[in-house]
Design a protein around this ligand. Structure first.
Ligand code: T4K
Length: 373
């Protein structure tokens, strides 16, 4: 019997390549606290991501959390609930109030037509999510943010290596935060980064201090920081994976094209759009099932795949505004489109080495779920 296929599988360099990269650490004994690997990865990523500044973090969540802290925000942050727990938690853990904007039914990012009506005199920022690698309506978010003097912090966890209109995706907004978690297109085992422009140099200094306990100098601690430093083993994994990331993205493209060849145009199945002006990274393959048309619910498809050892995932269900930890706090009727999509979406297995025969098999199982047959 074939082994289980999970929603993703970490990209890794060869064992030899990683060992070679970490070898000199047995000479230097330098393991963390912004060492040479950290510096090297940072420099390489500035170039690869086409951004002005980058600060590495221990994970994508701390990138979001410390960005909000370093911007010294107070009040309400407009965001979307169709995301991973991290986005909303970063806001709440900073003592800020999330205000949930609904999502666009086609690309699942913030519905900018609903954004302006949510702005109050307490709004300080917008935190949109380039969910699944789908790029938000950057121009409109930018226009509204400028009009009301709001900061824009993009959750860019899913958009490693993407460009929009020929520019690195991390160069949009005031700040963009990436995740380099093991499950991402590019990983440093655990890791993340904050990208920002040269006009935010002071923010950069604050951020750097906050990721190291708020230590300014050996005898001065003048902020309540955290520990979000990327260690040298993680940075070394990042350095190795970066050498192969273009090849990995290309392999993902082939897998995605195979999925599309089976599922595009099937009645009751909605796929993510191919976005204009975007160089995609093929991070996720979400499928929305309209059971009334398709003939089977998302949960039925999920169960059927599971019976065959295929671990699709319900990213992103439940919505963050309906998490148990927020019970009764938010009006869930404010985000009906997010609820609709969240109840119907399934992300299918996707990783560089996923065999095309497995994609064929997964699609055959899905298409056989159709109760109308
Ligand atoms: N913002 C957004 C929009 C995000 O999606 C995320 C993270 C963040 C912020 C925060 O970034 P980080 O702080 O995580 O850097 C996973 C990831 O842990 C998480 O990074 C990711 N989003 C989220 C969408 O997915 P889980 O709980 O679903 O992961 P898990 O352990 O079930 O793994 C999924 C599959 O990945 C496994 O079935 C197999 C494969 N896998 C997993 C691990 C841990 C591997 O192949 N190797 C591994 O080491 O959250």
């Amino acid at each position: 019997m074939a082994s289980d296929i999970l929603v993703t599988r970490s990209s890794m360099p060869s064992y030899e390549e990683y060992c070679e990269e970490i070898k000199d650490m047995w000479d230097t004994h330098w393991l963390t606290n912004m060492g040479p690997k950290h510096k090297k990865l940072q420099e390489e990523l500035i170039e690869y991501l086409d951004v002005e500044n980058i600060d590495l973090m221990t994970n994508g969540h701390m990138a979001l959390e410390l960005s909000l802290q370093a911007l010294n925000l107070k009040g309400e942050v407009i965001t979307t609930p169709f995301t991973f727990a991290s986005t909303t938690h970063a806001i709440v853990r900073n003592g800020l109030e999330p205000v949930f904007c609904d999502i666009d039914p086609v690309d699942f990012t913030m519905d900018v037509t609903k954004l302006e009506s949510l702005i109050t005199d307490r709004t300080c920022a917008i935190m949109p999510v380039h969910v699944y690698g789908n790029v938000c309506n950057i121009e409109e978010i930018d226009r509204i943010a400028k009009k009301y003097g709001l900061k824009v912090i993009y959750d860019a966890a899913h958009t490693f290596g993407e460009t929009y209109k020929g520019k690195g995706i991390g160069s949009y907004g005031d700040v963009s935060c990436f995740s380099f978690h093991a499950t991402k297109v590019f990983n440093s085992i655990e890791g993340g980064a904050v990208c920002f422009g040269n006009e935010l140099k002071d923010f950069g200094l604050d951020l750097y201090r906050l990721k190291n306990f708020g230590i300014r100098g050996t005898e001065v601690v003048d902020a309540v920081g955290a520990n979000a430093k990327m260690n040298e083993f993680c940075a070394a994994m990042g350095i190795c994976n970066l050498r192969h990331v273009d090849e990995e993205i290309n392999k993902r493209r082939i897998v995605v094209e195979r999925y599309r060849s089976h599922l595009d145009g099937v009645a009751g199945i909605q796929l993510s759009p191919i976005q204009k002006d975007v160089k995609p990274n093929y991070a996720y393959f979400p499928v929305v099932f309209d059971d009334k048309v398709f003939g089977a619910t998302r949960n039925e498809v999920f169960d059927k795949l599971a019976e065959h050892g295929i671990g699709a995932r319900k990213y992103f269900y439940p919505l963050t505004n309906s998490f148990d930890c927020f019970h009764g706090k938010y009006d869930l009727d404010q985000t009906p489109v997010a609820r609709y999509i969240s109840n119907r979406v399934l992300t299918l297995p996707l990783y560089a080495d996923l065999a095309l025969e497995d994609v064929d098999r997964i699609c055959a199982i899905i298409l056989n779920c159709n109760n109308f047959r």
